[in-house]
Ligand binder design. Structure first.
Ligand SMILES: NC(=O)c1ccc[n+]([C@@H]2O[C@H](COP(=O)([O-])OP(=O)(O)OC[C@H]3O[C@@H](n4cnc5c(N)ncnc54)[C@H](O)[C@@H]3O)[C@@H](O)[C@H]2O)c1
Length: 352
């Protein structure tokens, strides 16, 4: 307990740019706590003095994390090697991620992207155990050579159950020692006329798409705060949170995605002082089981797909893998100054 208090205090002091005193640092911190402090140092500008102080009295800080201001042009002008190459900015090696709705579609694609960047990724979804396709993706990830050798794990859960979600992430942290990235991605769609939208269906969409995203972000954010980890929370919103899809009657879905955009902005402002970033990705039309379920209700799914694709300047549907880059960037140290932002990946649909 005393060590917990001491750790929290040291992490907060570093984030606020204050130097911890010699007696306040505990040289017997576990490896994961040392890593968390090191990452805190990594994410603050004024880390040079705090670094020398903490390394004198606490423990030795691994070189790649030290004084990260000596990168890019600063390194070039100092004639010293850059302490972090541009490529290394996007590595998720030794990091732990949670992706909800990670059994298929966009969630599984992004989970694999994180694993390819070196992370241990927990895919949370409704089925009690993953299907054959998910297991094939897991084995494929396990066969990748270093440094792309992350790992995929599966955990069954329902994002609408707040207590269970908090417990799931507590257990992940017990096992892995940390949580760095949270992709609150699980979502559902329901099409109905706005004047007759059934109350039960409306509530269900809000439950999964809004409350579920909040509960997921809470679960990860609580642990990031407790461990002093400057983590990244990413929420899957939608272009439908900003515009109304022409001729699609899905008001509850659109409202829920607007709520996700505002939830992310609110949480970003509240959590920035704790070093935790919160952003959204807004996909346009992406071809997955979700969109297939809408297309298949039409007499000519292929022609509707073509029509919907033609609504954006690029004239096509996107693929789930085309969201990996934005998600990885937001998850990584490439985006340490980005919070409260929405990244649209929609073939330009919102630009029209
Ligand atoms: N496909 C698109 O065109 C598109 C566009 C914009 C935004 N999105 C958003 O992207 C996200 C992923 O969509 P997708 O296209 O991959 O859909 P999908 O239906 O293929 O995948 C969604 C996953 O979420 C899971 N899920 C649903 N309810 C859950 C719950 N209560 N708890 C845990 N998991 C639950 C489902 O089981 C499923 O595996 C959703 O939030 C969706 O709204 C999709």
């Amino acid at each position: 307990m005393e060590e917990n208090l001491c750790f929290d205090m040291v992490a907060s002091m570093l984030r606020l740019g204050r130097k911890p005193r010699r007696g306040q640092c505990n040289p017997s911190y576990s490896f994961s706590r040392r890593e968390a402090l090191v990452r805190t140092l990594n994410d603050i500008d004024h880390c040079d003095s705090a670094f020398s102080h903490i390394s004198n009295c606490c423990f030795e800080i691994p070189l790649p994390y030290r004084m990260t201001t000596t990168v890019g042009v600063t390194a070039a002008l100092a004639g010293s090697p850059s302490q972090r190459s541009t490529g290394a900015l996007f590595s998720l090696a030794n990091r732990v991620a949670l992706v909800t709705g990670g059994h298929r579609g966009i969630g599984l694609e992004i989970a694999l992207g994180f694993a390819e960047a070196g992370a241990v990724v927990y895919c949370l979804d409704l089925p009690s155990s993953p299907d054959e396709s998910w297991r094939m993706v897991q084995s494929w990830a396990a066969s990748l050579p270093e440094p792309n050798s992350g790992r995929l794990e599966y955990v069954s859960g329902d994002v609408t159950d707040q207590k269970a979600m908090w417990e799931v992430v507590e257990k992940i942290v017990e096992k892995e020692g940390r949580i760095d990235v949270c992709m609150a991605n699980a979502g559902i769609v329901h099409v109905a006329e706005c004047l007759e939208y059934p109350a039960e269906d409306f509530k269900r969409v809000m439950d999964v798409n809004v409350s579920g995203v909040l509960f997921t972000a809470q679960a990860a954010g609580q642990q990031m705060e407790r461990l002093g980890i400057p983590g990244s929370i990413i929420m899957t919103a939608s272009m439908s949170g900003t515009i109304t899809n022409p001729n699609q009657h899905s008001s509850a879905y659109n409202i829920s995605k607007s709520a996700v955009l505002q939830l992310a902005r609110s949480m970003a402002c509240e959590l920035a002082p704790k070093g935790i970033r919160v952003n959204t990705i807004s996909p346009g039309y992406i071809y997955t089981d979700m969109t297939r379920s809408i297309l298949d209700t039409q007499p000519q799914p292929a022609s509707l797909k073509e029509k919907l694709g033609a609504q954006n300047p690029m004239g096509r549907f996107g693929r789930p893998d085309e969201l990996r880059g934005a998600a990885l960037w937001l998850a990584s140290d490439g985006a340490t100054f980005c919070t409260g932002s929405d990244i649209k990946v929609d073939g330009g649909q919102c630009a029209w």
